[in-house]
Write a protein that binds this ligand. Sequence first.
Ligand code: ATP
Length: 515
Amino acid sequence: MSNSAEGGALKKIISHCKEYGFIYPSSEIYDGPGAVYDYGPNGVELKNNIKQYWWTAMVRMHENIVGIDAAIFMHPATWKASGHIDAFNDPLIDNKDSKKRYRADVLIEEYIAGVQGKIDKEVTKAAGRFGRSFDKEQFVSTNPRVVGYTKKMKEIEDRLGSALGSGDLPAVSALIEELAIADPVSGSKNWTDVRQFNLMFSTELGSLADGAEKIYLRPETAQGIFVNYLNVQKTSRMKPPFGIAQIGKAFRNEIVARQFIFRMREFEQMEMQFFVKPGSEMEWYERWKEKRIKWHKSLALGEENYQFHDHINPAHYANAACDIEFNFPMGFKELEGIHSRTDFDLKAHEEYSGKKLQFFDQTSGESYVPYVIETSIGLDRMFLAVMSAAYTEEKPDNGSERTVLKIPPALAPNKAAVLPLVNKDGLPEKAEDILNAIRFDFSFQYDAKDAIGRRYRRQDAIGTPYCITIDHQTLDDNTVTLRERDSMKQERVSVEQLVHTLHEKVDMKPLLKSL
Ligand code: ATP
């Protein structure tokens, strides 16, 4: 896709989300603050379903994972211990001509992705030239141009890694200058120096007269889990390996907040911290990578839309880290992070709080601070992933056009729409009976207005997997038409069978069983 085509696809999703009650810009009547969004009636249903799928897969499907819901405000020492006050800064750079601000490491990583793109092009060209006899591995390791690109990539990665690792910002500036990286918007290379910027929002606890204390809105949910490690371990009688899961809001004063709900200042995370015996962390890291990619792929948003990206420069707390990237309209970008966080956080909290955060293993008689594997997924990014894969413009055979959201039925905001063919002749009353039969099991829409074709299109546009149409025949034989969203196929189903049939088609259970 060209850049404008990518931008076009995202723009379409943004306006569709607004028009059909999924997502609105925050406080829009006042022209709202940037990068903050509100979820509408369909959005909140989809979001809740994503949460439910994640929570059930994590907590209910694992006897050794339990959930918590920690407060957003935490003792300020938490963020000293976690490193957020001192080390959690983004290296930023401004373009003097366009006045736009960027993350310096992201600019360099995009440059590296460009070099990788050149390698991919060479490989595709050669594969076409050599046909069946093409040996990719051999080509990549011997073709002088590709070898040159690979070497260059590695050098840049190493230099970026060591500059960020040691906090050497002038070295990051030098790299941007040497690579002649230009502002992606204006093409200008007129940059400021790279500077650090803290992402945490602060506020005050207590009134000023009482001597208010500066506190922060949590920038990640993980710390709420770490400070509760001992409480949960003891009260749930858990022993490693065990996990604590949490879904909650996080806040980051992102400088380059854009790309809709991909990067927001207030967002939601679904995180799970898995506590293991030191030395076994790599085995669990690999296991969680496998489990999480399986969870994603079970939703059938397209196997080709996922890739792992290993971090060359894991954050200060990690000894291994990778992202699960999704093919958003803007290209492959981070959807979920999986990190081997060592004992960094628990040890730091021990030090700052003076409390022991250890596990006493009765069989071996030793105490240890557990190591942690973290899986952290942005709920809003998952929402955008679902929307990006689901949004489809089609021209069905009869020449008409439709926009349909092919959301996995288990996640769809409404499972069914109940549509009396005409708004008279006793059909609305029959429809009411049907509503009363399904309302306890499924979220639904009721629509008695306009021609049936238009009503089907409205349901397609919000991703409703099944439409139940009540017509005159329904009054005779107690059957309805069940229309399926993606195929548009219709079948007659008896009203007695309806709840059972819908359960079979839209439940989360088969997806959960496949995990
Ligand atoms: P990025 O590199 O894109 O800034 P990150 O590596 O800082 O992300 P983590 O700290 O690992 O992100 O957070 C875990 C997850 O939280 C991310 O994978 C992402 O899905 C989500 N997330 C992080 N920042 C934001 C944000 N500003 N808006 C929406 N989701 C976010």
